[in-house]
Design a protein around this ligand. Sequence first.
Ligand SMILES: NC(=O)c1ccc[n+]([C@@H]2O[C@H](COP(=O)([O-])OP(=O)(O)OC[C@H]3O[C@@H](n4cnc5c(N)ncnc54)[C@H](O)[C@@H]3O)[C@@H](O)[C@H]2O)c1
Length: 350
Amino acid sequence: MTTATKTYTAAVIGVGKAGGGGPKGGGHAIGYVHAGTFKANPRVKLAAGADINAENLRAYRERFGVPLGFEDYRALLKDLKPDLVSIGTYVGLHRRIIEDAARAGVKGILCEKPFLNAPADLDAVERVAAETGAKIVVGHMRRYRPAFERARDLYNDGTVGKPLMCLGGIEGWDLSEWGSHWLDIFRFFNKDRAVNWIMGQARVRGFRGYGHAMEEHAVAYFEFEGGAKAILDGGKAVGQGLTLLGAEGVIRVRDEAIVTVENGSGRAIEDFSSHPRHNAIWPKVLEELIDWIEGGPIPRVGHPSMLKTCELNLAAYLSALKGDRIDLPLSGELRAYDEWPVEALARRTS
Ligand SMILES: NC(=O)c1ccc[n+]([C@@H]2O[C@H](COP(=O)([O-])OP(=O)(O)OC[C@H]3O[C@@H](n4cnc5c(N)ncnc54)[C@H](O)[C@@H]3O)[C@@H](O)[C@H]2O)c1
């Protein structure tokens, strides 16, 4: 239960490109969404930001009226000792920042997706969270969108018969920077059941974005416990929005807001367009993070579940790399693998 007395000191690490915007590859300044979220919560005091880029740091401090700025986030952790931090840097830095923050006494971390860079990071982050008690939430806010909640309920309550397959694609995007949202939503649609195995294939050429190699086109095909499958086509659209196939019907979710069901009873449409878009969900997640710190339940984007989404995401690339089906959970040398796997795929074709 939340005790309404305590206030929390917060900071953003990796504040985002001044001016924001830009093509695929970075510069969307998600740190501004984090900062706005902290500012809007009466129990939180946004006190600082850290960024290696002086211009980005200056623009952020001006925009949000933030008193303290640090070039080195470790100095921020040491001098400010914040209760909460958000991480808006690219994936390659997440593990190190999480470990440093947790060991410096940070109680709650809002971390951007993709969550972690390599399979070896999964156990490391789980370990530091267990040792320090730090709580981490990840930016897969789409789990809270009412259209997806409705689709999940319909997929599991018999409306379309036995769940068979979730399908989706993302024109021009990848399996991680964008696709991780859909991998996470497919887990959500399947009530976070364990994934048995995954097959992945990827075309990787020279493109780099968000500080790492990015594929041109990749596909992930996987099976949940119980037998339902999912396919994500990163790079090519698959119809409009997401499709959930059941043995006796089909559910479609378009624009993350319009849910259409077709089954033996006909066709029904529900429109959730008037509900908040995913960035407006951050304030709710911050409340849930604070509640979790104070002994409340784990948010649906809390790290125990988000580590599973991340494992699935990385395993798709490992499958492409090994040319083999990957069984989950990752074990042995695959679990110890310590590089963003798309780098290895890029080296293969360079
Ligand atoms: N949840 C969402 O819907 C959503 C939306 C947009 C972006 N993102 C994710 O957010 C992440 C950031 O993307 P962006 O486009 O906002 O990035 P950005 O380029 O706008 O900002 C990244 C910032 O990190 C800073 N930085 C780099 N190294 C640093 C270090 N060592 N210490 C401190 N700061 C450092 C950079 O200078 C920059 O200001 C990506 O992983 C992206 O996928 C998520």
